[in-house]
Write a protein that binds this ligand. Structure first.
Ligand code: TYD
Length: 274
C-alpha cells in the first residue's frame, strides 16, 4: 500500500475489495476477518498517512441481519441496529465500525454505502444468479437452498456504481447511505425466471440442504439517498436480468475459465453431498 500510495497519490479511495460469499465464510471465517477487517484497517491507515479527500467503504445490507418473511412492511434504514448472522456479515459490520471510528478519532473524511444484492456482468459464478445460469446452460441440477422462499432485494450493478459515485461527489462526510431499489424476489422466482429465459426445464431445480443461519429477507429503505442525493435505480429487473443472461451467453470464456479450475474443488465441497 505504501508503494501504491506513493506512486499514485490517490485523492479518493473506494474500498470495493472484500471476501463476499456467505457460504465460503461459513467454511473459513478467518480469511474473511483478515481480508475484510484487517484489509480495511490497512487502507484506512494508508489514508491517514498519505492524506485523502475521501475514503468510501462499500458495505452491505447484511450488516443489519435479516427481516421476517411475514412482515413485508419492515425495511432496513440507516438507523436499524447492526445485527449480523454470518462470519461474512460480521466481518463487514466490523469494518464499518472501524471506518466510523477513524472518522471520529482521526477526522478521516469517510462515507459508507450499504447496498442490497447486486447482479449483472462479471458476477463471480459462486453467487446465485451466475451459478444458476452456468448450471442451466450445462443442464446440471440447480441447487436451491431450503424451500427457495428466502427473499433478496436485487439491484443492477451499474445502479449501485452510480450511487457510489453520487455519494463520493455529493454525500456528507461521516454518513451512511442505504442503496436498494425495492425489488424483492424469492430465490425460487429468480431460478424459475432463468430457466424460462434459457428455455430449460424446471425439472433441473433441486432442493438441497439449507445454508446454516440462512437470512430470511433483506429489504432496503432507500429514502435517504433518494431525498438527499436524488438517486433512483434506472434498470428494471426484467431488463437487467435479460441483459445479464445475454452477457453470460456472450462471455462464456470468462466464466468457463473460472469454473474449470480450482472452482471445481469448491463446488464439490459445497454441493457434493448436499
Ligand atoms: P448469494 O448469491 O450467495 O447472496 P447472499 O447470500 O449474499 O444473499 O445467495 C442469494 C440467495 O440464494 C441466498 O438466499 C442463498 C440462495 N442460494 C441458493 O439457494 N443456492 C445457491 O447455490 C446459492 C449460491 C445461493
Amino acid at each position: 500500500m505504501d508503494k501504491l500510495y506513493e506512486e499514485e497519490h490517490p485523492d479518493i479511495v473506494v474500498n470495493f475489495a472484500a471476501e463476499s460469499h456467505v457460504d465460503r465464510s461459513i467454511e473459513d471465517p478467518e480469511l474473511f476477518l483478515r481480508t475484510n477487517i484487517l484489509g480495511t484497517a490497512t487502507l484506512l491507515d494508508a489514508c491517514r498517512k498519505y492524506g485523502i479527500k475521501r475514503y468510501h467503504q462499500v458495505s452491505t445490507d447484511e450488516v443489519y441481519g435479516d427481516l421476517p418473511l411475514d412482515r413485508p412492511d419492515l425495511f432496513f434504514t440507516e438507523t436499524t441496529p447492526l445485527h449480523t448472522s454470518s462470519p461474512y456479515s460480521s466481518s463487514k459490520a466490523s469494518a464499518d465500525l472501524l471506518v466510523l471510528a477513524y472518522h471520529r478519532t482521526y477526522g478521516l473524511p469517510v462515507t459508507i454505502s450499504r447496498c442490497s444484492n447486486n447482479y449483472g456482468p462479471y458476477h463471480f459464478p459462486e453467487k446465485l444468479i451466475p451459478l444458476m445460469i452456468a448450471n442451466a446452460l450445462a443442464d446440471k441440477p440447480l441447487p436451491v437452498y431450503g424451500e427457495g422462499k428466502n427473499v433478496r432485494d436485487w439491484l443492477y450493478v451499474e445502479d449501485h456504481c452510480k450511487a457510489i459515485d453520487l455519494i463520493i461527489r455529493k454525500g456528507t462526510v461521516g454518513e451512511v447511505y442505504n442503496v436498494g431499489g425495492h425489488n424483492e424476489k424469492q430465490n425460487i422466482e429468480i431460478v424459475r425466471l432463468i430457466c424460462k429465459e434459457l428455455g430449460k426445464p424446471e425439472s433441473l431445480i433441486t432442493y438441497v440442504t439449507d445454508r446454516k443461519g440462512h437470512d430470511l429477507r433483506y429489504a432496503i429503505d432507500p429514502t435517504k439517498i433518494h431525498n438527499e442525493l436524488g438517486w433512483l435505480p434506472e434498470t428494471k429487473f426484467d431488463d437487467g436480468i435479460r441483459k445479464t443472461i445475454k452477457w453470460y451467453l456472450e462471455n462464456r470464456k470468462w466464466w468457463e475459465t473460472i469454473i474449470s479450475g480450482e472452482y471445481q474443488n469448491y463446488y464439490e465441497k459445497m454441493y457434493g453431498n448436499r
